[in-house]
Design a protein around this ligand. Structure first.
Ligand code: SAM
Length: 179
């Protein structure tokens, strides 16, 4: 079920084993940079579990789910669909329109693994390039979300964490969260 103004990331083309790390990073990046949910098409139970473990430890709300009906999701999505691809329009040319669309409803952000089927290009309201150079779904998603939220996601508060990181100039400190 969709909710008002939510930002959902759809990860297409996951290849079990080979893409586990990238798919996990798509989910972790979606979570860290302000999206509400990641939906992973295909058999990606390992990435889903890792994303959920991190959410349990470091907080949410954030949801990870697998889907075997991404075509139906794309068909029925009530809101704007943004497909990130090196072949798309430069993000700096379309971000204002996408902001406006987001202020009126939810956004589905689609990222691929290898080749994304052409019907996704046709269904998307915006095919968006974060540069028109080949790089990665994780990098594209990070830049896109930061532009969408205009940096506000960096100050996000986390709920229901068991642990949090204490920022340090040098060294590592992770502490349990007081009840
Ligand atoms: N030829 C593919 C394409 O359509 O962008 C490159 C595949 S790339 C290994 C995997 C995913 O990274 C793509 O499906 C796309 O979502 C994302 N990606 C790669 N380069 C991008 C760029 N310059 N801008 C936005 N997304 C990009």
């Amino acid at each position: 079920m969709q909710t008002e103004n939510e930002v959902v990331v759809l990860r297409l083309g996951h290849r079990p084993g080979r893409d586990n790390r990238m798919t996990t990073h798509v989910g972790l990046t979606a979570r860290a940079l302000g999206a509400d949910r990641v939906l992973i098409a295909g058999d990606a139970s390992n990435p889903k579990e890792t994303i959920e473990d991190i959410t349990d430890r470091f907080g949410g709300p954030f949801e990870a789910a697998l889907t075997d009906s991404h075509r139906q999701l794309l068909r029925e999505w009530q809101g704007v669909i943004v497909h990130l691809t090196m072949y798309g329009l430069p993000i700096q040319e379309v971000e204002t329109e996408i902001h406006e669309a987001h202020s009126n409803g939810p956004v589905l952000v689609v990222v691929g693994a290898e080749k994304v089927p052409f019907d996704v290009y046709e269904r998307a309201d915006y095919n968006v390039g974060v540069t028109n150079q080949p790089h990665s779904e994780v990098a594209g998603l990070a830049v896109f979300l930061d532009r969408l939220f205009e940096g506000r996601e960096l100050d996000r508060e986390w709920a229901d964490a068991t642990h949090h990181v204490v920022p340090k100039e040098t060294g590592k400190q992770v502490e349990p969260v007081d009840e």
